[in-house]
Design a binder for this molecule. Structure first.
Ligand SMILES: Cc1ncc(C[n+]2csc(CCOP(=O)(O)OP(=O)(O)O)c2C)c(N)n1
Ligand SMILES: [Mg+2]
Length: 308
């Protein structure tokens, strides 16, 4: 009898189309470039990269429309790039250079463009998104407000006030929780009692959870639930277990080495090429070159001139 074949540590990731993969790789190289620019003293202020979590907004973007609003948080570069595909405008914004999407006033965390708004204040976006969802329900039925928040942000009271009203008033509010198991330096287990599912249930709000990093699988799972948000005007909490493979901000990863390497082993950027080597190599080189080119250009630009 032949020995049983060991199940792979992670199932293979489904093939992405070139556009989705290029977007994920662009976000990855954008974030790596930011850390490099900081290390070289070309950037200052703060920044929180979404390294390891790039697939989340790319998966969601496939389910959103231009009529939807997207509310982002402190870790928002991927959310913005998935929505607006504008690495040059974002880098100029973060560096305060000409062409900055918000004249260099917002920086990494406070960006407004069309129906996209981010904030560095934890929990601030959910009540605002609920208000926008109310407006959408009344004036643009079928559109929704999507708010990305972290697991650590479930300690903010404003989240609960918003969830309460969203269920009571039947608002098309989609809360996407990027559950990376940590809030800055605090593991979730040390700050969250109960579960996010239990908290959603307390308000009678539907909750869907996944630990998949497979964009196609996530879209298939979430599509009917997101359709219900639009059709029935009911809030939904989507909880995605994910892995932060970089520091919280810059050089401040306090996790023990074993935890960091466990997160790195789950990184889609490591896993995807195992099954799609040629496509990955081709698009990775393309994304790397595009972002390097943009960084070179933005570095040569003058200040955004917001105060002139
Ligand atoms: C109201 C508020 N308190 C504290 C902070 C400082 N802060 C920024 S991010 C962060 C941790 C957020 O954790 P989580 O929500 O899990 O998101 P993650 O950073 O893991 O993506 C903290 C404490 C803040 N930005 N806003
Ligand atoms: Mg977190």
């Amino acid at each position: 009898m032949s020995a049983p074949v060991a199940a792979p540590a992670h199932p293979p990731l489904s093939a992405l189309d070139d556009e989705d993969l290029l977007l994920m790789l662009t976000i990855r190289h954008f974030e790596l470039t930011l850390l490099d620019l900081f290390a070289r003293g070309e950037l200052n202020g703060t920044t929180h990269t979404c390294l390891g979590q790039e697939y989340v907004p790319v998966a969601l973007e496939g389910l959103l429309t231009d009529a939807d609003y997207v509310f982002s948080n402190h870790r928002g570069h991927g959310h913005y790039l998935a929505r607006h595909r504008d690495p040059r405008g974002l880098l100029a914004e973060i560096m305060g250079r000409e062409g900055a999407v918000c004249s260099g006033v917002g920086g990494s965390q406070h960006i407004l463009r069309d129906r996209y708004l981010s904030t560095g204040v934890q929990g601030q976006s959910v009540p605002v998104a609920a208000g926008v969802a109310l407006r959408l329900k009344r004036t643009e039925p079928g559109a929704l407000a999507c708010a990305y928040i972290g697991d650590g942000t479930w300690g903010e009271g404003s989240v609960y006030e918003a969830l309460n009203m969203a269920r009571l008033w039947e608002l098309p509010l989609l809360v996407v929780v990027e559950h990376n198991g940590i809030a800055q330096t605090t593991p979730t287990a040390a700050q969250l009692s109960g579960t996010i599912a239990g908290r959603a249930a307390a308000f009678g709000i539907d909750h869907v959870r996944s630990d998949s990093a497979d964009v196609a699988e996530l879209r298939t799972l979430l599509e009917p639930a997101v359709r219900r948000v639009r059709r029935d005007c009911l809030p939904l909490v989507v909880e995605l277990a994910t892995h932060r493979v970089g520091p919280h901000s810059k050089g401040d990863d306090t996790r023990p080495e074993a935890e960091r390497s466990a997160a790195a082993a789950q990184d889609w950027y490591r896993r995807y090429p195992l099954d799609h080597e040629e496509q990955f190599a081709r698009l990775d080189a393309q994304a790397r070159a595009t972002v390097a080119d943009i960084a070179g250009t933005v570095l040569r630009l003058g200040p955004s001139g917001w105060d002139r």
